[in-house]
Design a protein around this ligand. Structure first.
Ligand SMILES: Cc1cc2nc3c(=O)[nH]c(=O)nc-3n(C[C@H](O)[C@H](O)[C@H](O)COP(=O)(O)O)c2cc1C
Length: 400
């Protein structure tokens, strides 16, 4: 193995074994992983303790990332949390295709003492950081943390929030393109009441929690179209609350990932732009689509548009309101529509309340709409859609 040809990288993560995995499957899992790692030149180690995994994989950066992206969505585990990804000068496990260690005696006993490859001591030489993390794992620190994370998710899941769904309609055929999940209180209280009770420093974990609950309810409602899930860019850039975790969760509950459209709410400046873009790009690999919400109102609209290349742009409601009466708003709207056309981005006009607003945008060729005119959000359900008739003449009149 040539360690100098490409950037060597290691990724270290922890995860929780899922219900479909039991300890007897460990030898088969190891065999499978070793064969794969050998083929692509990846080395490393895997530990199992209680029901948590801890793994280090190392090799060429792109290879390691590709292997990790598969591991991340493997249904045999969940809560896959990347602890570290960084370049390394030298492999710490150069000789090991995937060394395996069982930390707790119970699992070893269950597997039978003859499984002699399983060690309970890990000699680490070349990566002090990895060594420290292994010690943290073996001493139970990460396992505790994972358990706490699960418990807090469980208590929150029991009904502190719920969701209403509002359709985005394709008016050319009357079909629903997607349902946007809108957060509500457990009894349908408005979003403002829900957000009002969230401490500022919990915002990102709450954002992540919302996407999980939205997926649960969308699944219960039997959504077969796309599903728009909102996310705060700041949360997406954080490993433990990001889009990858949402996708893993979708996978876990059997909601098709390719039906998800992530909506970036432009309500805060993005501080860690590279992490944000990287997490969005990873989402694209799973067929996820991306939308910028409230376009024209927020902090980083044009930067987002040019760098993260969304599939959809949703017009800010303030721009839509009474558009037929405001010359300057019309000029801005036309410019955005033209820009989106040139970049191959679909426009969604949201917050449409009147036929006049609808006519104005329809006459410019817009086909995706959302708003009270078509359907109000329905609490924990999928509302019926009505599409007002629009004649070309009426639309032309409005244009003038
Ligand atoms: C805990 C755990 C560790 C894994 N480690 C590796 C690994 O080191 N290398 C690897 O290729 N696959 C590993 N896998 C398996 C991958 O998740 C995945 O099943 C495999 O890459 C095949 O993906 P594919 O069928 O989409 O090609 C691991 C799975 C689990 C649950």
């Amino acid at each position: 193995m040539d360690d100098y040809a490409n950037t060597l990288t290691h990724i270290i993560y922890v995860s929780t074994a899922s219900d479909i995995f039991n300890v007897e499957q460990l030898p088969a899992l190891l065999e499978e992983c070793r064969a794969r790692n050998q083929r692509v030149g990846v080395t490393g180690m895997l530990m199992f303790s209680g029901n948590s995994f801890f793994q280090i994989i190392e090799g060429d950066e792109s290879v390691v990332q590709a292997v990790y992206s598969k591991i991340e969505t493997d249904p045999r585990h969940y809560n896959v949390v990347k602890i570290l990804e960084e370049p390394i000068s030298k492999r710490a496990f150069g000789e090991w295709i995937l060394r395996f260690c069982v930390v707790d005696q119970e699992a070893l006993t269950e597997l039978g003492a003859d499984y002699d490859e399983m060690l309970d001591e890990v000699p680490l030489t070349d990566s002090r950081r990895a060594e420290k993390l292994v010690t943290a794992f073996t001493s139970g620190k990460w396992t505790d943390w994972l358990q706490r994370m699960e418990q807090s998710a469980l208590t929150k899941d029991t009904s502190d929030i719920s969701f209403a769904f509002q359709p985005i309609v394709d008016v050319t055929n009357g079909k629903v393109l997607s349902y946007e999940a809108l957060v509500r209180g457990p009894n349908g209280e408005p979003a403002s009441a829900v957000f009002g009770s969230i401490a500022q420093d919990n915002l990102y974990s709450f954002d992540f929690h919302c996407r999980k609950v939205a997926l649960d309810i969308a699944k219960e409602c039997g959504i077969t179209t796309n599903l728009n899930l909102n996310f705060t860019p700041g949360a997406a850039a954080i490993e433990e609350f990001g889009l990858d975790r949402t996708l893993s969760y979708a996978n876990e509950i059997g909601f098709p990932q390719e039906q998800i459209i992530f909506e970036a709410t432009e309500n805060e400046a993005i501080s860690d732009y590279p992490s944000f873009v990287a997490s969005v790009k990873r989402g694209k690999r799973y067929g996820v689509e991306l939308a910028i919400d409230d376009f024209g109102a927020g902090y980083a609209g044009l930067q987002l548009l040019s760098e993260f290349y969304p599939d959809y742009v949703k017009f800010d409601m303030a721009l839509v309101r009474d558009i037929h009466r405001s010359g300057p708003r019309q000029a801005v709207a036309r410019a955005i529509i033209q820009l989106c056309d040139e970049l191959g981005i679909s426009v969604i006009v949201e917050g449409v309340e009147t036929v006049a607003e609808y006519h104005w945008f329809r006459s410019l060729g817009i086909t995706f709409f959302q708003g009270y005119l078509f359907a109000k959000p329905l609490f924990e359900g999928l509302p019926r859609v009505k599409i007002p008739k629009v004649t070309l003449r009426a639309a032309e009149k409005i244009q003038k």
